[in-house]
Design a protein around this ligand. Structure first.
Ligand code: 5AD
Ligand code: SF4
Length: 448
């Protein structure tokens, strides 16, 4: 039987889909080459904004076909619960994020029931029982890997549905993560991306799970920098990235690890959400504009080319023109290398959804466009500073947009492209490049 997984949403979902793919392959299912070729179609959904949810539901709706088995997994399932079947009456199964390890068995049971001519039964799985295999399973063949270190989120920002759909924070034992990265390195992985909704909070809540840091000078108070140190010791691992970071976690210890360990990539995705103190307070972000900018300063002091990216929400309830201008000026002061701008979308059950969604749609759109324009200008400005410098990248092979060019990323996660001059494939081999030109999102280079 052949299966296909379509993924929407963040890297967490990409990782979950990969783990499910590995589990399905290990049980003898095969990967389909196209939708038509698949007997089982699964859509991994996001619900962070209403539009994201609709996209995933629309996709699985289109894929449902009489002879196929169809399933929905991920964040939208947890939000919708039973209602998922009202929206999609012909769906065979729906599984919440933490229960994804149950999917292979659910699929096998459905196949068994169909073969024995039993009446069709819909399966809904909303549980939080993690199956270790669903955290540690990886597909093979890539030199990059995602590794989940922290599940869930306890931050409770006013607008965010993630804590409701991905549950409480759970830090995986450090020993388990180290063993997983060691195994990945043996299998040829050179770059790992550590994942957590608020990854810098790793180990803070249930630090009973972090027994393996005896040398921590401050006890167990800041386990994430210690985890990074441990992973840097693993032979074969050349780069370590992590996402996403809450500004509250930018401590001296973290800055110190960035400074001391070349393997820790010089990039941080540090969502700011707003530049207005009034809005930040209402969002429950627990930092001020000034505190955020002081963290930026400390990170930039690590290296001139330290890359900072962010997320911003426009049109949060009550956001005035003045609040918006505060966001604009913060973004300029921080000098973000890239930013992701989102139009506020009220999510049922969140604190902010009780407030009137009072910024008109057209105004949200306008603010979005203004910030995009600012980022385009800022991106060119920041990238232009790198013209003439040499960047080390790990080869990813031909660029998807233009196969005559090769593409790769530097330590700051910047995309660098150069004319196809050799048979570099997607193998993560090191290449040194001289930057000759700069766009907002891409650096142009030549080999030296
Ligand atoms: N509306 C708009 N954007 C949101 N985000 C999270 N919740 C919402 C919402 N209700 C954005 C935040 C977060 C990113 C992943 O999505 O900027 O960092
Ligand atoms: Fe979407 Fe948030 Fe779920 Fe990621 S964690 S898939 S962004 S709802």
């Amino acid at each position: 039987m052949k299966f296909l997984i379509h993924t929407y949403g963040c890297q967490m979902n990409v990782r979950d889909s990969e783990a499910l793919e590995a589990m399905m392959l290990s049980r003898g299912f095969e990967l389909a080459s196209s939708e038509d070729d698949a007997d089982i179609v699964i859509v991994n959904s996001c619900t962070v904004r209403q539009k994201a949810e609709e996209k995933a539901i629309g996709k699985v709706g289109n894929l449902i076909a009489a002879k196929k088995i169809s399933g929905l997994m991920g964040c939208a399932v947890k939000r919708l619960g039973e209602d998922v079947f009202k929206r999609l009456p012909a769906l065979d199964f729906a599984v919440a994020p933490r229960a994804l390890g149950l999917i292979p068995k659910i699929v096998s049971d459905i196949i068994g029931a169909r073969n024995s001519g039993k009446a069709r039964k819909r399966i809904l799985e909303l549980g939080d029982d993690l199956i270790p295999e669903a955290l540690s399973s990886h597909t093979t063949g890539s030199w990059k890997a995602f590794v989940t270190v922290l599940l869930g989120c306890d931050n409770r920002c006013s607008y965010c549905i993630v804590p409701d759909v991905r549950g409480h924070e759970y830090s995986r034992p450090a020993s388990e993560i180290v063993a997983e990265v060691e195994a990945l390195a043996k299998g040829g992985v050179k770059e790992v991306m550590l994942l957590g909704q608020s990854v810098l909070r790793y180990g803070i809540r249930n630090d009973a799970f972090i027994p393996s840091f005896p040398s921590s000078p401050k006890g167990y108070t800041e386990p994430f920098p210690r985890l990074l140190e441990r992973l840097c010791e693993i032979d074969g691992i050349e780069r370590i990235r992590f996402t996403s970071a809450h500004p509250g976690g930018v401590t001296d210890e973290l800055v110190d690890v960035f400074t001391r360990f070349g393997k820790v990539c010089r990039h941080l995705h540090l969502p700011v959400q707003s530049g207005s103190d009034r809005i930040l307070k209402d969002m429950g972000r627990r930092y001020t504009r000034e505190e955020y900018l002081s963290s930026v300063k400390r990170l930039r002091s690590i290296a001139d080319d330290f890359a900072l990216t962010t997320d911003v929400i426009v049109g949060y309830p009550g956001e005035t023109q003045e609040d918006f201008e505060a966001t604009r000026s913060l973004m300029d002061e921080a000098g973000f290398d890239n930013s992701f701008i989102f139009k506020y979308s009220p999510r049922p059950g969140t604190r902010s959804s009780l407030k009137k969604d009072d910024v008109p749609k057209e105004e949200k759109e306008r603010r979005d466009q203004v910030l995009l324009g600012d980022q385009e200008r800022r991106g060119i400005e920041r990238n232009s500073r790198l013209i003439g410098t040499v960047r080390e990248v790990l080869s990813e092979g031909p660029s998807k947009r233009n196969p005559d060019r090769l593409s790769a990323r530097d330590s700051g996660n910047r995309i660098v492209v150069w004319p196809k001059d050799d048979d570099f494939i997607n193998d993560g081999s090191k290449v040194n490049l001289k930057i000759t030109d700069a766009h907002a999102q891409i650096l142009i280079a030549e080999r030296i």
